[in-house]
Write a protein that binds this ligand. Sequence first.
Ligand code: 8ID
Ligand code: ZN
Length: 352
Amino acid sequence: QIPTSQKVAIVASSGSPVQVKDHPVKKPEELAPGECLLKMHCTGVCHTDLHAAMGDWPVKPMTPLIGGHEGVGTVIAIGKNTEKSPVKIGDRVGVKWIADSCRDCEQCRKGHEQNCENVKISGYTVDGTFSQYLVSYVHSVTPIPEGLESEAAASILCAGVTVYRALKYSESSPGDWVVLPGAGGGLGHLAVQYAKYMGLRVIAIDGGEEKRKLCMALGAEQWIDYTQSKDIVADVKKLTDGRGAHCAVVTTASSSGYTQAIDYLRDNGHLMAVGLPAKATLDASIFFTVFKSITIHGSYVGNRQDAMEAINIAATGAVKCHYKLRKLSEISQVYDDLAKGKIAGRVVLSMD
Ligand code: 8ID
Ligand code: ZN
């Protein structure tokens, strides 16, 4: 039986505290064609959810805001007159940042669903996964492979797909050095593993012993503690025969992770910009960007295909989300820990 009310985590206005409240559940007969109703099992908490709750970015989220964009649930209803649904009732599916795209605009036709002119964004422009029941979209949900647990799958839907795509478009080859500032966080610890999977050599950068241990256990070859290092550029160069790294995927939620990247990349290196600190600009030397033929690439989540590729790799066991399971009611504490950089890997919230 589908209840009429559920618990959600909601932020009344930007910067106000997140609260767990009762919220109506949409009735199956009210679903539009293409919509589906999911009973949610769990959701990851991404640093983006905290940026959204704080109103950190120039593009503002809706308020009141039900955040969350890395969720797994089961399809319990599909809107009537839905055509060619790729999923059916009973399927376990994932909800990602791109809740839905129109598939008909120029960006969609080119495969850039992230940049769809009519995009719906989970936990930003439409209700997100911090909810027990969620309206989603049959053409955009990600089927979860059998054998991959929901809790293990959740954070692949944002953190995983995002770093997977960034690495995929970094033009690096097996044996190349990749620097990962933010390597001990949610995105970063998955980046370490996808990079290894692609045959790259990982220099992990983050702070503190817990994150060092995690990164090394996941296959990083080298570690730099940004809270201890006196000269990160010199450290990276020393580890790479003086030439610098081939690529950097920056997933820090602070701008400091970006500052040295141009300087420690070797000629023809790629800077993949992923982390989204509040009110930050990228300060790069134009001379050295040109002289060293550096590519700066803004990498924004991924499309449906990227999500399937990322989740299929996770289903082989080659990439595992390192998560602590907590309850939806604990979300406010999770935000505090995220803001302080205290979470190694991810926190996944159970919805039961
Ligand atoms: O599509 C995208 N581009 C996308 C998708 C998802 C998330 C972008 N993001 C953004 C988030 O909005 C956030 O700004 O990526 C950033 C990282 O998200 P996250 O991995 O969920 O955050 P986290 O778990 O807090 O990890 C950040 C790590 O950075 C470290 C912290 O210690 C933490 O482990 N860190 C910081 I803050 N400053 C650092 C520095 N100077 C640093 N590590 C190295 N050097
Ligand atoms: Zn995210």
